[in-house]
Design a protein around this ligand. Sequence first.
Ligand code: OVM
Length: 403
Amino acid sequence: MSTHGLTGTDVPTLDDDPFGHRILTDPYDFHARLRDAGPVVRLPRYGVYAMGRYEHVHASLQDWKTFVSSRGAGLTDFKREKPWRPPSLLLEADPPDHTVVRQAMGSVISPRTVRELKPVFRPKAEALADRLVERGAFDAVTDLAEVYPLQVFPDAVGLPQEGRDALLRYGALAFNAFGPHNDLLDAALATAGPVQQWIADSCRRESLAPGGFGARLWEAADRGEISHEQAPLLVRSLLSAGVDTTVYGITNMMYAFASHPEQWERLHRAPSRAKFAFDEALRFESPVQTFFRTTAYDTEVAGVPIPEGSKVLLFLGSANRDPRHWGEAGDRFDIAHRAAGHVAFGMGVHQCVGQPIARLEAELVLSALAERIRGIELDGVPRPKLNNTIKGWASIPVRVTPA
Ligand code: OVM
């Protein structure tokens, strides 16, 4: 670590590339160095500031007036550079605009919606669990985590059947696009044309089946809660944030258990703990690792000055293991941990609005498996899947013992 004077004050500086393959594959040593370097650190490679400690990540996420989202939640500053797509009305907006749109989305994804979806989602989780247990060995990513969300979510939105394979590719593109224009973003952009076209077509009113989330967003426009111009962009938010996030959430949860078989045994003895186990897995290996904010004016965090217009990279995955907050147990996966307060869904006005759906999917899958499976273990070497923002695995071979 070196320190360079910026405004006369020393700000710790790290030369690492947090979007390079090495750190994306295994970020945890870097996270520890980031937290130990100070509450605010400079990453000169990208000309940005970074925070990795729970206290300051948490506080910055809550402080939407200072750390704005309307200039982009990625490396691109929308005030200086053209975004790769029209900005999201939810993620890339501030109050008061954000508040209106968030309310409309919140009325469509309500606790009631989720109660109604449960009887639709549950049998599919149980049927999939039955098939996987019967096989005895399967890939927790390609046979489970990439399968279940796509069995339930696109139908709940009311999407056309044809072309749904675009969903995962669009998610990979959107999450890579928060990072720098590196090899990962280039690879996603190479096939982006038809993917973006399918997404745009699917957001139109005519494409969306009655009764689904998509149609209900258009109905919110009919009621005047949002405008008819805003409706397709809100549907786009569902498609951007609703698929990969849950795929990676279930993936990382299965990785945590497969690499901690003793935790699975405890879950098997008490499958009703699935809800808490999901939170602990999100804390332990957070799917969304980072988001940027931009400072709206000159500010100061823990005595460190940050000038107006600075991009600030918030390391959610690092905050979720910070020993200053979680103690030495922060690095351990333990389903008895009180993981409440983790920032894997964000915090503050932007905290994940789709959370009830993500929880429903993950809890149904996990409890169905926990009831049927006594033991789980790795049956091969997991292969990581690299993305500038979302952390997960391409393959996790597992072997299971039926109950
Ligand atoms: C959006 C959105 C929201 C959260 C995450 C995200 C691609 C996108 O509103 O489009 O990631």
